[in-house]
Design a protein around this ligand. Sequence first.
Ligand SMILES: C[S@@+](CC[C@H](N)C(=O)[O-])C[C@H]1O[C@@H](n2cnc3c(N)ncnc32)[C@H](O)[C@@H]1O
Length: 241
Amino acid sequence: MTADSSQPLQFNSVSVGDFFDQVSQAYDDSIRKAIPPYVEMFDALLGYCFFATKQPPHILELGCGTGNLSVLLKERFPNAKLTLVDLSADMLKQASVKLGGEGAQIHLVQSGFMALDFEPQQFDMVISSMALHHLLDSEKPLLYERMFQWLKPGGLFRCADETLNVPATIQSENMARWEVWARQNGAQDQDITLWTEHAEQYDHYAPLSDHFKWLERSGFISIDCYWRKLMWTVFGCAKPL
Ligand SMILES: C[S@@+](CC[C@H](N)C(=O)[O-])C[C@H]1O[C@@H](n2cnc3c(N)ncnc32)[C@H](O)[C@@H]1O
């Protein structure tokens, strides 16, 4: 990590929550270098968030991390109630500091996604950035089914995440392009090694077509991809009215 390059971190055998606990201090700096279009991706994601309701919307963010997207949501929708979920206590702590702590409009939940149990039809939108690829492909469709229940009729799902390029030759080509781009963007050997090893151990990318199939089977409509660069993808859909 660039934060302490003299001490390479070892993560073999820790859970994904422990991994993010350990990198939480260095996360913001390293992720901005490792994902060159990080800010552009958020712009694309937020550009497709809109609410028909006149009531303050209730937004569920899955995998808020250090709160980079949460802060933008709060700025863009100042009346919204935000429920922010993450497995890592240390990432959540940083999100809490950035958002000025918990309150009537900010609710922090430390939990794994698959252990969540919300009442039906609570949320106007479920949103997530760079988090759902940590689930197994057997878990992703189950989470989509639950999200469908948690959303109000007409509610939106918006997601920015890494998806698998197909065929494998394109995925390999894009990984090579990623490394060149990240280094041009300031990533150092430690950043490349950290995120490459992280991906090998914790990431489970699925093709965008699989996400679309799972979302459709869960009942979602208007499923579309709004933006894509290399493997970073912004997509979304809606629960019918
Ligand atoms: C790469 S970070 C993304 C953080 C933030 N959304 C962003 O875009 O910078 C992924 C986050 O998802 C959380 N996460 C990963 N798997 C999870 C799971 N199964 N349940 C809850 N949180 C999870 C991690 O703890 C981490 O904070």
